[in-house]
Design a protein around this ligand. Structure first.
Ligand SMILES: Cc1cc2nc3c(=O)[nH]c(=O)nc-3n(C[C@H](O)[C@H](O)[C@H](O)COP(=O)(O)OP(=O)(O)OC[C@H]3O[C@@H](n4cnc5c(N)ncnc54)[C@H](O)[C@@H]3O)c2cc1C
Ligand SMILES: *[C@@H]1O[C@H](CO)[C@@H](O)[C@H](O)[C@H]1NC(C)=O
Ligand SMILES: *[C@@H]1O[C@H](CO)[C@@H](O)[C@H](O)[C@H]1NC(C)=O
Ligand SMILES: *[C@@H]1O[C@H](CO)[C@@H](O)[C@H](O)[C@H]1NC(C)=O
Ligand SMILES: *[C@@H]1O[C@H](CO)[C@@H](O)[C@H](O)[C@H]1NC(C)=O
Ligand SMILES: *[C@@H]1O[C@H](CO)[C@@H](O)[C@H](O)[C@H]1NC(C)=O
Length: 535
């Protein structure tokens, strides 16, 4: 990959910055001064027109909506960007950052657009903002010789998996299960998936990065230094700069892996099985990832009920898996017929819920399949939830009608990495993470939204005694504005500490120190960013 040097950009020259200030002073609006700045950065007019969408552009709406993954933030009243910029070149990203700084307009950075609160493309305040959308920067360079790859931020996980598979059938990368996730947000927020018990998070396997910092410079690991490199591996990129690309270490997988999905209803003792699962899920062989997905469905007499799906990836063959489950989790009653021996790339399709026989090219599809509205929350569990608590939680799910829960097992490699190694702190001592989800039809209106969000919050409240406390930990990639926010990144340490401690525990203060060092004027900010300390 060829990274153009920054000399072509206006960001390095004091003289051009002076000129830009003059533009700024004579322009009437943030967006106007921002655009003027960009053109005086000498992005040729045709190029600038090619990457700029104003609300008047024909394609503004489609470019904005292409990477909205939550219908909740796809309404006529959702605050929208004054401009969308879709750079093709790293030097254009530099110019955009520099001009955002000079004009004072807020920059939102979007890669795959999956942020659960839409923070990459909307705003909770009325301040004008610009979206820097990275979907045109998505090349992937695989180097099998040293088993590494450079992946640009706008690439999706599906594109990464597909590119690895094209080069090698025995290499893979530990990351999320949804193929449309963007590298930029997913990795910089941690990134977990079904290989985590053996290999850790995505960011545990990141070895270098390229970012554009608040001064408009392109920096690699050496250039940015270990503190900033530490921060962008789990601390959220959007507080520190624009991540252009990550360099990753590929991992090795066997040519054949085994998967299964076994579903039990309440009548089939689902509650007992899930209860039992909590005692072993984090202690299994590292080669096994066995998650539980609790879903509501129309049961007998159409009465809403809950079923539990046990979904597994095993880095080995079916015989070994069946005997492992027989010895550690016999209650599940797993039979060899329940399992499938497939390639790792097919397991990526299986986990993404594609039917058998789906071609690998499905991983390249960038459109999201289900445009629905949703609200998510997360929790960490350190002692098994007693059976009564679990039963009541399932009852509440059934009563709500459309709350789902996902239990993702920890242990293995996750427990071996120290809490302060990277900003992501949820390591040893966690049995599993809960994801709470409520999904509804985005066209159903505000009353439905309110009811759904409230029932999710009530279930979350009910779970308080069973989950981590002081702090009640949360996963950054499961963005949840309920746990605290700042006024658009503008009101400092005390407010940020409320969510910061939940997402990062003791690492929050180090993130604040890094932020103060690299972005003292808080150019890179959003409703849940890391604030700089005022000097
Ligand atoms: C259907 C679905 C499935 C999911 N499955 C998983 C899973 O299996 N594992 C998991 O860990 N998470 C999962 N997530 C959560 C997901 O990892 C986060 O939403 C992640 O932030 C998405 O990254 P993105 O680039 O797609 O999102 P975006 O909305 O583009 O970005 C998310 C955040 O990162 C910032 N950001 C994005 N790109 C950059 C960049 N280049 N530089 C700096 N900052 C940037 C944004 O400003 C925003 O704050 C899932 C989410 C969804 C909707
Ligand atoms: C914009 O620029 C890119 C890269 O140079 C080019 O591929 C694309 O066709 C251009 N699009 C338009 C609408 O000019
Ligand atoms: C707008 O989108 C359409 C369809 O995606 C495309 O054909 C057209 O070239 C786009 N126009 C511009 C100006 O980008
Ligand atoms: C957003 O709305 C448009 C229609 O305006 C629709 O085509 C698109 O699928 C919607 N996307 C989401 C995620 O809701
Ligand atoms: C459920 O558990 C009960 C009591 O342990 C047992 O008798 C029954 O056979 C189980 N049912 C199923 C379907 O496994
Ligand atoms: C269950 O609900 C569906 C859809 O609402 C309906 O078509 C069906 O007749 C109902 N069945 C029973 C047994 O009530």
């Amino acid at each position: 990959m060829n990274y153009p040097s920054s000399s072509a950009s206006c960001s390095q020259s004091a003289f051009s910055i002076l000129l830009l200030f003059l533009c700024y002073l004579t322009s009437s609006s943030f967006a106007g001064s921002f655009l003027k700045c960009l053109s005086s950065c000498k992005i040729p007019p045709q190029q600038l027109a090619n990457i700029t969408y104003t609300p008047k552009s024909t394609n503004y709406t489609s470019v904005l909506q292409d990477y909205i993954r939550n219908s909740r933030f796809n309404t006529s009243t959702t605050p929208k960007p004054t401009l969308i910029l879709t750079p093709f070149l790293d030097s254009q990203v530099q110019d955009i950052v520099t001009c955002a700084k000079i004009s004072g307009i807020q920059l939102k950075i979007r890669s795959g657009g999956h942020d659960y609160e839409g923070l990459s493309y909307t705003s909770k305040s009325n301040n004008p903002f610009v979206v820097l959308d990275l979907f045109n920067l998505r090349s992937i360079d695989i180097n099998l010789e040293d088993e590494t790859a450079w992946v640009e931020a706008g690439a999706t996980l599906g594109e990464l998996y597909y590119s690895i598979w094209q080069k090698s059938k025995v290499h893979a990368f530990p990351a999320g299960v949804c193929p449309t996730l963007g590298i930029g947000g997913h990795f910089s927020g941690g990134g977990y998936g079904n290989l985590m018990r053996k290999f850790g998070l995505s960011v545990d396997n990141v070895v270098d990065a390229k970012i554009v910092d608040a001064k408009g410079r392109i920096l690699d690991r050496k250039g940015m230094g270990e503190d900033l490199f530490w921060a962008i591996r789990g601390g959220g990129g959007a507080s520190f700069g624009v991540v252009l690309a990550f360099k990753i270490n590929l991992i090795r997988v066997p040519p054949v892996v085994t998967v299964f999905r076994v579903t039990k209803t309440l009548e089939e003792n689902a509650t007992d099985l899930v209860h039992r699962w909590q005692y072993i899920a984090d202690k299994f062989d590292k080669d096994l990832f066995l998650r539980v997905f609790l879903q509501t469905f129309a049961g007998e007499k159409n009465k809403t009920s809950v079923r539990a799906s046990f979904i597994a990836l095993f880095l080995g063959d079916a015989d070994k898996l069946v005997s492992l489950i027989e010895s550690d989790f016999p209650e599940l009653g797993l039979k060899k017929e329940d399992t499938k021996e497939i390639s790792w790339i097919k397991s990526a399709l299986f986990f993404a819920d594609y039917p058998d026989g789906t071609p690998e090219t499905a991983l390249l599809v960038r459109k999201s399949a289900f445009p629905s509205a949703s609200k998510m929350k997360s929790d960490y569990v350190k002692t098994p939830i007693p059976k009564d608590g679990l039963r009541e939680a399932l009852n509440r799910m059934a009563a709500s009608g459309n709350i789902w829960m996902q239990f993702n097992p920890y242990g293995g490699r996750m427990g071996e990495i120290p809490e302060s190694e990277i900003p992501f702190p949820h390591r040893a001592g966690n049995i599993f993470k809960i994801q709470y989800l409520v999904i509804w039809n985005g066209a159903a209106g505000a009353a439905v939204e309110k009811g759904n969000v409230e029932s999710l919050r009530n279930l979350f409240k009910f779970m308080t005694p069973y989950v981590s406390q002081n702090p009640r930990e949360a996963f950054l990639n499961y963005r949840d504005i309920d746990i605290g926010s700042t006024d658009n990144g503008g009101d400092g340490y005390e407010k940020a500490k409320v969510y910061g401690i939940k997402y990062f525990k003791g690492n929050f203060d180090r993130l604040v120190r890094v932020k103060t060092e690299v972005d003292p004027t808080n150019l890179f900010r959003n409703e849940q960013s890391i604030p700089p300390l005022r000097k």
